[in-house]
Ligand binder design. Structure first.
Ligand code: NAD
Ligand code: UFG
Length: 336
């Protein structure tokens, strides 16, 4: 069975491609390498002993995507390609709407024209906004997004839902990721840092590696057990496995469904720092800093729908998330 994976050399995409190959899917990656490297394909081959087909190109290139869909009997698309930096999206809204929303529309038009109408889409917990109270459930109303990135995810979800209403042949799975961290156990694939990290775990690993001086803990006066922000961190390999289940689901039915992919367990910033220090034996100096604009106190999932409907549940705990994030950071530093 052939699957097209857009953004398949990226962080979550590469881990998903490794899982797909292990399950004997034939995988075609389409990636414009705007935020990843061609070498990732070799690393995936080392891990799995199998080679995905790689096409360097853009989801907005309808002629190219049309050719791929004509040449291969592709049954479904897993769509990761997009831009994901919240702060950058505030500075460059047009680029974000163009790449994420317009890019997805191009992909969907090309899929429709080729008669391939099954898609798994990378959404985000950000669509719940700050109004809903955790644990967040899929039947809660969408919240107000606070940045263009979040609005692109919300908009694409709506487009996909409306598409399913307009044409009952479509089969869509909207996956709302919580906070993916960690890396493959092999140390061969992980998240490539792009400038100074915005997210907590890559910041912690770079402080531990002495590339950055100190972690700033954004706010210690939230209404949480220790005052610092609480999030639902999920190991990227668990997340990747969730995509295989979602893929099987879209291949077996039509209509649009939404699933949280999280662990259901919230950890505070200080709990993450303490676990990282305990598991790796590294030092992570930190200062308490003011709250970061746009942050909320608490965000974690109710992951029971994915367990009930997809038979998927996160299995890896915080210790493995810390250990694997650190192994990846060390490996990056050996390469440098
Ligand atoms: P990533 O940047 O590592 O991967 C995205 C990949 O898409 C990159 O390899 C990039 O080169 C490629 N790409 C971007 N625009 C493209 C285009 N127009 N055509 C072809 N390729 C293109 O990001 P990731 O962390 O793996 O995230 C994957 C998806 O999951 C994204 O849609 C992101 O918004 C979503 N998501 C990520 C997180 C997270 O915390 N990492 C959380 C929620 C949702
Ligand atoms: N944090 C710090 N210091 C840092 C970085 C983060 O204290 O240097 C804190 C944040 O304040 C927050 C927690 O660590 O309490 C997690 O922050 P991240 O930036 O790692 O993750 P967010 O939950 O803010 O954002 C993530 C994704 C976004 C997505 C959002 C909502 O990165 O793409 O979840 O789903 F939009």
């Amino acid at each position: 069975m052939s699957v097209l994976v857009t953004g398949g050399t990226g962080y979550i995409g590469s881990h998903t491609v490794a899982e797909l190959l292990a399950k004997r899917y034939y995988v075609i990656i389409l990636d414009n390498l705007s935020n990843s490297k061609r070498d990732v394909v070799d690393s995936i081959e080392k891990i799995t002993g199998r080679t995905p087909q790689f096409v360097e190109g853009d989801i907005r290139d309808k002629a190219l995507v049309g050719r791929i869909l004509q040449e291969e009997p592709i049954e479904a698309v897993i769509h990761f390609a997009g831009s994901k930096a919240v702060g950058e999206s505030v500075r460059m809204p047009l680029e974000y709407y163009h790449n994420n929303v317009y890019g997805t529309i191009c992909l969907l038009e090309t899929m429709r024209d080729a008669g391939c109408k099954s898609i798994v889409f990378s959404s985000s917990a950000t669509v719940y906004g700050g109004e809903n109270v955790s644990p967040l459930r899929e039947d809660m109303p969408e919240g107000r997004t606070t940045n263009p990135y979040g609005t692109t995810k919300l908009t694409i979800e709506k487009i996909l839902r409306e598409l399913c209403v307009s044409d009952p042949e479509w089969s869509v799975s909207l996956l709302r990721y919580f906070n993916p961290i960690g890396a493959h156990k092999s140390g061969l694939i992980g998240e490539f840092p792009n400038g100074e990290p915005n997210n907590l775990m890559p910041y912690i690993t770079q402080v531990a590696a002495k590339k950055l001086k100190k972690l700033k803990v954004f706010g210690s006066d939230y209404n949480t057990p220790d005052g610092t922000g609480v999030r639902d961190y999920i190991h990227v390999v668990d997340l990747a496995k969730g995509h295989i289940r979602a893929l099987e689901r879209v291949l077996g039915r039509t209509g649009c469904e939404t699933f949280n992919l999280g662990t259901g367990q919230g950890y505070s910033v200080l709990e993450i720092v303490k676990s990282f220090v305990r598991v790796t034996g590294q030092k992570v100096p930190y200062d308490i800093a003011p709250r970061r604009e746009g942050d909320i106190a608490t965000c974690y999932s109710d992951p029971s729908l994915a367990e009930k409907e997809l038979g998927w549940k996160a299995e890896l705990g915080l210790d493995e998330m810390c250990e694997d994030s650190w192994r990846w950071e060390e490996q990056l530093n050996q390469e440098a």
